[in-house]
Design a protein around this ligand. Structure first.
Ligand code: SF4
Length: 343
């Protein structure tokens, strides 16, 4: 990647830039093993525009986090890219030296992890940790950095930020620690934030508050958010578009309203039916998807969902292509639910 990528993050973004493409993943395949014997991501493609929240959805092991790690250039050593391209603000990530990737992480892209206690240093005051990140990613002087730390904590709703700078992570509640993680992800004013199950460990009320904060601060900045979750309730709260993954494949991609009203892939349909609704009958079990997700790199040949799919036919032993079935609605299924079958 050329050195000029350093300037990917620019201030003073104009309204005309508001919908520029921030992330494009094109034909990404990732494998584990010396001989690439376990292919865990198959031909994954997706894109995000500025200000857009795309939910990357699926059960654990479907390939969501591996896709996110690929975007961040943080694949584990035993994994490698077989094919494809990842561009952030037009700059290629695959093959970029670690020295440059480190610069992009935190400036062009930020990440919010599920467990703030793991991501934060438990022995260092929160203000110090944010200050350290600011020192690395900006040219601000000490006083300016202190003002910025307070402003960031204030922006994400940490009460009394001036006096809480000196406190350690364990002195904050789980919800406040996650707000601090959002503040840290915003330090370099990234164009892209990857949020990996950021509210899973929180109770429902705090989760709603954190989602609200995340939406507010990213919309105000025109930041694109790739939101990874297995929780369709959270998807309904935050997403503009939904990309569903299964067995390392993208199997459906659509606008959030259409995903919920007319899920075309049997897996998406099943995921939605397993979410509690306000009209769910008390005492009646929600339908569960039979069977289990294949281990990464161990999906069966053909459509990876076929062992669990009640609509499977002989044809499903061949992988269906991802095709447009409705405007802006792509599905990889030989028998999509497109004729009025919905929730
Ligand atoms: Fe089910 Fe076949 Fe569609 Fe796969 S391709 S989801 S097995 S109907």
């Amino acid at each position: 990647m050329p050195e000029q990528a350093e300037g990917v993050v620019a201030d003073g973004r104009s309204a005309g830039e508001a919908r520029e493409e921030v992330l494009r993943v094109e034909g990404l395949s990732v494998a584990f093993g010396r001989a690439s014997e376990r292919v865990a991501l198959h031909d994954v493609s997706l894109s995000l525009r500025a200000g857009e929240v795309v939910a990357l959805v699926g059960e654990s092991g479907c390939g969501k986090s591996l896709t996110a790690l690929s975007v961040m250039g943080l694949l584990p050593p035993e994994a490698h890219v077989l094919a494809g391209s990842i561009t952030v603000c037009g700059k290629e990530i695959i093959g970029t030296p670690e020295r440059l990737l480190r610069r992009y992480r935190g400036s062009a892209m930020g990440m919010i992890f599920q467990d703030a206690m793991v991501a934060l240093n438990p022995l260092q005051a929160v203000g110090r940790q944010i200050d350290e990140a600011l020192r690395i990613h900006t040219n601000l002087g000490r006083g300016q950095r202190r003002d910025k730390v307070i402003a960031l904590l204030d922006a994400v709703g940490v009460p009394d930020p001036t006096n809480r700078l000196r406190q350690l992570p364990h002195q904050f509640s789980g919800g406040l620690r996650q707000r601090i993680m959002i503040a840290m992800a915003l330090i370099g004013e990234p164009r892209l934030i990857i949020a990996d199950e950021p509210t899973t460990a929180l109770d429902v009320t705090i989760q709603a508050q954190i989602l609200e904060v995340l939406k507010d601060v990213t919309q105000a900045r025109g930041t694109a958010v790739l939101f990874i979750t297995h929780d369709m309730g959270v998807v309904a709260e935050v997403a503009d578009r939904v990309v569903v993954m299964y067995g390392g494949h993208v199997i459906e991609s659509a606008d959030v309203v259409e995903t919920f009203s007319t899920p075309a892939h049997p897996y998406t349909d099943a995921l939605l039916h397993s979410v509690p609704r306000t009209d769910s009958v008390r005492g009646v079990d929600l339908p569960a998807i039979p069977g289990s997700v294949p281990a990464p790199g161990a999906a069966p040949a053909g459509c990876p969902f076929h062992p669990r799919c009640s609509d499977a036919t002989q044809e499903c032993l061949t992988m269906p292509p991802l095709e447009q079935v409705l405007p802006d609605h792509d599905v990889a299924c030989w028998h999509p639910h497109t004729s009025g079958r919905s929730r």
